[in-house]
Design a protein around this ligand. Sequence first.
Ligand SMILES: Nc1ncnc2c1ncn2[C@@H]1O[C@H](COP(=O)(O)OP(=O)(O)O)[C@@H](O)[C@H]1O
Ligand SMILES: Cc1ncc(C[n+]2csc(CCOP(=O)(O)OP(=O)(O)O)c2C)c(N)n1
Ligand SMILES: [Mg+2]
Ligand SMILES: [Mg+2]
Ligand SMILES: [Mg+2]
Length: 324
Amino acid sequence: MKNEFEWIRSIAPSKHRRASVIKGIGDDAAVIRPKVGYDIVLAVDTLVEGVHFTKNTMPLKAIGYKALAVNVSDLAAMGAEPLYYMVSIAVPKENWEQEEINEIYEGMGEAGEEYDMDLIGGDTISTSRDLVITVQVTGRVEEYRQLLRSDAETNDIVFLTGPVGMSAAGLDELLEKGKDAWGDDPFIQAHQWPIAHVEHGRFFAESGERIALNDVSDGVAHEAKEIAESSGVDLHLDWEKMPRLDLFQHVPLTKQRKWLLHGGEDFSLLGTMRASLFQQMKKQLQKKGLSLYQIGEVRPGRGNVWLKHEGTEKLLYDGGYTHF
Ligand SMILES: Nc1ncnc2c1ncn2[C@@H]1O[C@H](COP(=O)(O)OP(=O)(O)O)[C@@H](O)[C@H]1O
Ligand SMILES: Cc1ncc(C[n+]2csc(CCOP(=O)(O)OP(=O)(O)O)c2C)c(N)n1
Ligand SMILES: [Mg+2]
Ligand SMILES: [Mg+2]
Ligand SMILES: [Mg+2]
């Protein structure tokens, strides 16, 4: 067992991918040199044992991988390029071994490699119970190109960059069967190894177009409501247009609705863009092997979300995951 400081040295990267890191781990704070012409984008998200994961729902490596990926997803939703991350980890005195924490860091390192980011610092503390991992990420976006949820306008179309509901479906299976559910099943994979849609975010930002964007961490209904409210418009969604995998075909409708609309943790991006842009953007994205689905449109309103389903349009209950 290493002591705290030996352990920190053992997880510190020996070199950085980004030349802009002036000082990483090993002083009172990290120092980075921002690139001229870019705005800095910052986000922080925490994963808590029992709330976001348990040892039965997530492999240790996946906990680390997901802790970084969910943060990168917020950078993607701003159109930013991920650059650096910091980690604060509160380790319970019982039930967690150093070897297990190392595995979490291995998973985080894998995500760091995937998104080309440097670990530049953090904090290590003990706690009485339940592991808590907080990751702070820094990214950059070309000046004034950030993609805000307040930018939706009447006559825009509403889009999703990928399927939703898979992570929630996986979680239900994991809560029921525990480790017996682990494996290649796409729902389980979606829950344990989420993918942040950075390429989509960057493509939208680089286009220079006005695009409103949110990542789907708390469910489509909730994220759509956030866009509608902050843009002062109404979003009209169409159930039939939601990207739905064949895998959902035999699932009862109430469950489909719960997973697809209120599930969350999918980390697809939900957004709006000018209607005339949609086909060309879809084609360009397809060339990169990326998808884009139109699921509705934006109309004048006061921040409400409507869902057309089985011929009638109703106000969509905006319930998603809430911590209080
Ligand atoms: N405890 C807090 N203190 C300060 N700002 C917060 C706190 N919690 C959330 N925020 C801010 O509120 C906004 C929404 O947060 P959140 O719903 O967690 O976003 P997301 O779902 O994209 O992670 C963000 O700007 C976030 O930085
Ligand atoms: C053991 C367990 N129970 C429940 C969930 C489901 N869950 C936990 S947090 C959450 C929403 C997303 O997390 P949050 O902390 O709200 O992230 P943010 O919206 O800030 O990105 C969901 C769907 C889970 N992942 N694991
Ligand atoms: Mg958050
Ligand atoms: Mg978000
Ligand atoms: Mg949330």
